[in-house]
Design a protein around this ligand. Sequence first.
Ligand SMILES: Cc1ncc(COP(=O)(O)O)c(C=O)c1O
Length: 428
Amino acid sequence: MTTIPKTQDELYESAEASLPGAGLGGYALPEDLRFIVKEGRGGRLISVEDKEYIDYNCGAGATIIGHDHPEVVEAVQARVGKGMHFFGTLNDAAVELAEVMVDAIPCAEQMIYTTTGSEASAYAFRIARAVTGRDKVLKFEGAYHGNHDYASFGQFPTGPSNYPLATSDIGGVPRALQDTMLMAPYNDLEMVESILTEQGKDIAAIIVEPIQRIIFPKPGFLQGLLDLATKHGVVLIFDEVVTGFRLAYGGAQEYFGVTPDLATYGKIVGGGGPVGAVAGKRELIDACNPGRKGRSDYAYINGTLHGNPIACTAGLATLNVLSQPDFYKNFHARADKFRAAFQSILDAKGTGIMVPGEASFWQFLATEHAPSNQMDVLALDLDKSKNLDLALLANGIYVLPNVRRFFSAAHGDEELEITLAALERVLK
Ligand SMILES: Cc1ncc(COP(=O)(O)O)c(C=O)c1O
């Protein structure tokens, strides 16, 4: 029996009925620009209407080698048909991926699986609390560490903050948790030092995105955090959910030369499938050892899908591609070429928009100076960059408005030419 595929309009009619805002939760594109994906191919997406997009969203960073890389497809196809999931005992793919990750990640002596990057940060907080016996976590304003309640403080500020008070503007987050979260502006070591001096004895962890969205660390910032954290007996957590295996094979730790106590992972390590992890020093990760059950320093971590064999297989195949000699050198050189080409068109048209970025990170911002914290970002003309993003989207370039975006290794000269032509068109 053959079924006639639904049209995009029919699918949206169905989505309007079954999904809030006809979306997946976080984003709703304008009705005239939204589309439903039927396929990802290399650096492109194909909608159910057969419209092609150059994909700079890259699965929110998960698909660093493009969609359906042949080596990943082959590995996953070989695995499918041997069981979708097991629980309570190890599987071979999970063990192999853990070995590869622990070898690659500078701070990792051991790691524990999660299903997502959000779970990884929630569990990293738990481990830090269990080991230090302290409750509070210091984060940076505007940083994203996932969707759980603790991460939902200081996430989307809209105006000046009363540091170190972290507030949440998201419904459903218990006010009682506010006392456990503290917040400082990114790149402000002085503020971190004064918070640690006043409250260090109550602070279990500092969590930082080594590159916070599209804001880059000032020289010495990450090392300064490590020094302060060490001085005050606080666990330093790098959120490497985005930067892990993207900035370098050893992630931000290798790229910036700073090794934290713990690091959280997601996205790339599952090759587009659901894998997350917390990696770090043995004495911290061992807090999750089930042999500690019943002790106050046992950080219980468990999840039905942790170590899913098919997702771990996709992750292993992806990391294998990334481990090839010169992968990052070539990838970053191509990214530099894209950014420079975008910038030269924007400059030639006198738009006043810059393309901040490094490695495979980029975005459009209406400024001449890269921002150094979230308040700098809020002070920009965000409507201007949003309008450019939406115009590009209408021209087959998939970027989410004012959201940091990526290059993948599947973005080549053809993708560059198509993007430059679209840029020229919209700037006319
Ligand atoms: C830096 C960072 N941490 C954590 C997360 C949460 O990961 P997940 O969406 O897999 O839960 C994200 C997601 O975008 C992220 O960018």
